[in-house]
Design a protein. Sequence first.
Length: 436
Amino acid sequence: MSIFVQIAAYRDPLLVSTLKDMLQKATNPENLNITICHQYNPEDNYNLEFKEFKTHPQINIIEIPYKESKGLCWARNLIQREYKDEAYTLQIDSHMRFVWEWDRILIEMLESLRHKGIKKPILTTYPPHFEPFNFKYEETAPNQIIFREFDKHGIYPIGWPSEIPNWEVLTEPIPARFLAGGFCFSIGAFCKEILDDPHLYFSGEEINLAVRAYTHGYDLYHPHINITWHYYTRKETPKHWDDHFDTGILENRAMRRLKRLFEQSEKITYYNWGDYGLGKVRHLKDYERYSGILLNENKVQDYTLMNLPPINPTIYNNEEEWKNSFYSYVNNYIHIPNSVIDENELYLYEFAHLRFMSNNDEVHQQALNIDEIWKNKSSDEKHCRIEINFKCRDLPDSWILELHNKHGGNNKRITGRMPYFQAGLNGFAIKNCINL
């Protein structure tokens, strides 16, 4: 019943309290084998308190001076190399809190799924937030991970925590589309089959693990009750990207690698992935059918957008019909500088239309109240922003804002491009402004 616990800690003063809470609340703490990748600055105040764990018989510490760290995925990969055939593995962050008897609960939950014939289940979620200095154990809804949007590079889908519907009456875990790197419990073999890819940096880690695990025959589930809490904000704690100047280079390299992985849904690639490729139990397209997300085209199905549980319905007669059920999804803001449209001239206009174009074809249009245009100024007061949230068949490459003069004078037309990397959803730029 041994559990290999993985903790990647980067200059985290909550590491000590996380270890104490985890050990104290375990039913069988003697069954825990804990490996920590401790990325430390000797000047950090918590080091003295952490010293007591350096001789703990169940804790293995990989000491890394913080300046030598190469990122989250690299650190987690180092930890997984220390796996010693434990029955189970738990991957967590270094700023967590636990329920009493968390180990027994997780094992029983996992084994209940295996008893049903699910050979390789994974229990994973974004745990609810806690405040470390004012934490109260209250009954809180457990989270599922829902689709929110695609990242700014247009490479991978971003998951988001959302309350599980009707969680009060659930008696077992529910199917999941996504995997959370900060809380993941499975059979120990996961550490051998699904090693964290050290060529990734931070972003994209979770979808990488999800698709690789799924293609290796693992099935994803969200716990129907809370097992842990997570401290998300951590404003007072340094992050890896605060201390290292080359993280942009690492992130761009990682995005190219992730994109290459997803291209395998459409073609066979002969890139040598080594330990970090897809499995052979299922194809990448099987994950896309299961989740309702076309990874290489940045599209999702309505069923997924409605946050309904997988497996997505398979009601299509052929491949073309199935692909036509997917939509591009835009969820962001357009930013318009004050120099382009002045607040003092808005009184001239009666209403506005915002149109989105793809290859000169309109894919979406929405009417705007003039007051809406200026109601959300940015914190720097240099531009206004317009929230956009819609689905369309093809991802737009540009937008047109038309302001209609209430007195019959000149209308104003502002156009902008949406400069995604490939098909990302963040980032907008003004192209030109025309009085008509």
